[in-house]
Design a protein around this ligand. Structure first.
Ligand code: GDG
Length: 520
């Protein structure tokens, strides 16, 4: 893991380079509302954190233009300057047909790579056309990146940067996530060594026994190894990736101490960068709700006074372990009846990827479990489970985190899980307890001061809920302060600074010198 340089110092180095960010989701979307074009900013910690960096470096952001008015505002290079009120960088949009979205996004990305990376192979559905489209769309994005780089180089030839040595004129391309397993190779084939390519894979990388089931596994490894730097959240995913490379690509050579791969005459560094959240911003949101917020919230949802209130905040996704969590709560209420009428769980579930049948089925399964629990234990003035499916403002979300006595984060597998860190950041009164699955990447950082659970071990999970809900104030405060100092040290700013610093150290394969990763 790299040390954390300050983002300002890294930004000053970045300013003389051309930064291109590539992501599936765009930072600004133009839509038509009542005949007027409006702009919304799809929320998300990464987008919110990266946007000021791309602004400050006058960079380029390449993303899928999914807004119904996106085409109306772009020029003949498919680009629009953003933010609309104070344009500072170029958003270059890639247009995808409905069938491309169905096969590249819902198909290969979310019905093959997503479940496979989480080790949940029973959810994998493979079709040849998914792969064909994934390749095509990766080509489309790569072409767009190359155009953007060429346009950027032409523009900088007109006005060279202050320090215009060849080295400093370097172009950096930063790919986000598993939607772009092939694009780095396609970009490399055109740009050669003209650009530094980096990628962050936001989800786990599975063990080799699981990845061996992946159709087109060699092509994906080949695509990712066109990067100079490949980032994962935690060392375990780096080790799994290197193990897959060592066993699947005979012509690649893995250096287990340096965490690098030599392949096709090129070196790829593989590094762990545990992602964080905007701790200060979240604490401000948590402090913002007016006096009486929590009383009103409880009244609106029929939650009586003097409860232990637990919260779970998730996209409705089968990786997040929501049915397993509900089973543990059911077990707790069945075996510890003193919690009946005294313990309320709020499930904030945001519907997600509903075009995929497994996600719709999960929604029904969760609804059925909640109905069962509420009818089994509920009384006239208390329901054990409250379900909220509206999208909450940040103020409401972090207010909810601040006042909830417990957060339950129980994924079966999760790259990092930002909700765990957001809950801790919002806990400005240090009164809450984090119950955290050992399968979340975040457990590597927070496991010591959280209450650890294995989501499928229902009995022990229920015991841990009992322990967490009964924990004395002093223990809560001690644990929460320990969690808060870890989360503050690894916030989103220091994460970006570490990634950029490591990207810029491209000529130093030993950067962030590592121990033999197999001993991690
Ligand atoms: C992937 C990886 C990795 C949810 N409901 C509301 C709302 N949210 C926000 C949360 C949180 C985000 O959505 C979910 O982030 P997670 O990290 O928990 O999960 P994924 O979406 O699966 O993200 C994951 C992440 O990428 C980053 O690398 O940590 O492992 O799977 O930020 O707060 N936000 C608001 N209202 C809601 O109702 N405002």
């Amino acid at each position: 893991m790299s040390s954390s340089p300050s983002l300002d110092s890294v930004l000053s180095t970045l300013e003389s380079r051309q930064l291109t960010v590539v992501s599936n989701r765009q930072p600004y979307r133009h839509t038509l509302e009542a005949g007027e074009i409006t702009v919304d900013r799809p929320a998300g910690g990464l987008t919110a954190g990266l946007d000021p960096v791309v602004q400050q470096t006058d960079g380029i952001w390449v993303a899928w233009g999914d807004g119904d008015a996106d085409q109306e505002v772009t020029d003949d290079t498919d680009s629009v300057r953003v933010p609309p009120e104070n344009p500072a960088y170029t958003l270059k949009r890639v247009w995808l047909s409905e069938s491309a979205v169905a096969d590249y996004y819902y198909g290969f990305s979310n019905r093959v790579l997503w479940p496979l990376s989480h080790g949940l192979t029973e959810y994998v559905t493979y079709k040849d056309r998914y792969w064909k489209r994934y390749r095509e769309v990766n080509h489309q994005f790569a072409d767009s990146v190359v155009e953007a780089v060429d346009d950027g180089v032409d523009a900088s030839a007109d006005s060279p940067p202050a320090n215009d040595s060849t080295e400093d004129a370097e172009t950096l391309v930063w790919f986000q996530d598993y939607h772009f397993g092939l694009a780095p190779r396609f970009v490399r084939e055109t740009l050669g060594d003209e650009a530094v390519l980096s990628q962050f894979w936001h989800i786990p990388w599975p063990e080799r026994e699981v990845f061996r089931d992946c159709p087109h596994q060699s092509d994906l490894l080949d695509g990712l190894l066109a990067n100079d730097l490949l980032g994962f959240h935690i060392p375990r995913y780096c080790a799994n990736f290197l193990d897959c490379v060592a066993t699947i690509l005979p012509e690649a050579s893995v250096d287990w101490s340096g965490w690098t791969v030599e392949y096709k005459g090129h070196t790829t560094r593989v590094r762990a960068f545990p992602m964080g959240v905007d701790t200060d911003g979240i604490a401000e949101h948590a402090a913002a709700p007016e006096e009486g917020f929590w009383d009103r919230f409880r009244a609106d949802h029929g939650i009586p006074d003097d409860q232990q209130v637990a919260v779970g905040i998730d996209r409705l996704d089968y990786t997040k372990g929501i049915p397993e969590r509900l089973a543990a709560i059911e077990q707790l209420l069945a075996t510890e009846p003193n919690w009946r009428g005294e313990f309320t769980y709020i499930q904030k579930a945001t519907p997600s990827r509903t075009a995929i049948p497994e996600y719709r089925e999960l929604g029904r399964q969760v609804d059925r479990a909640i109905e069962r629990l509420n009818s089994r234990f509920g009384t006239d003035d208390w329901k054990p489970i409250i379900e909220i499916d509206d999208y909450l403002s940040e103020e409401a979300l972090y207010g909810l985190c601040r006042y909830s006595d417990l957060a339950i984060v129980s994924p079966l597998a999760d790259g990092m899980n930002l909700v765990a860190m957001e809950y801790v950041s919002a806990q400005i009164d240090h009164t809450g307890v984090l119950v955290l699955s050992e399968h979340a990447g975040a457990h590597d950082l927070l496991g010591d001061a959280a209450i650890t659970i294995e989501p499928t071990d229902t009995e022990t999970f229920a015991d841990r809920l009992d322990l967490a809900a009964s924990m004395p104030d002093e223990d809560r405060s001690e644990r929460m302060q320990a969690l808060r100092s870890t989360v503050a040290e690894t916030d989103i700013q220091s994460w970006m600074a570490s990634v950029f610093e490591s990207t810029l150290a491209v000529d130093d394969p030993q950067d962030g010198t590592q121990r033999d990763i197999r001993s991690q």
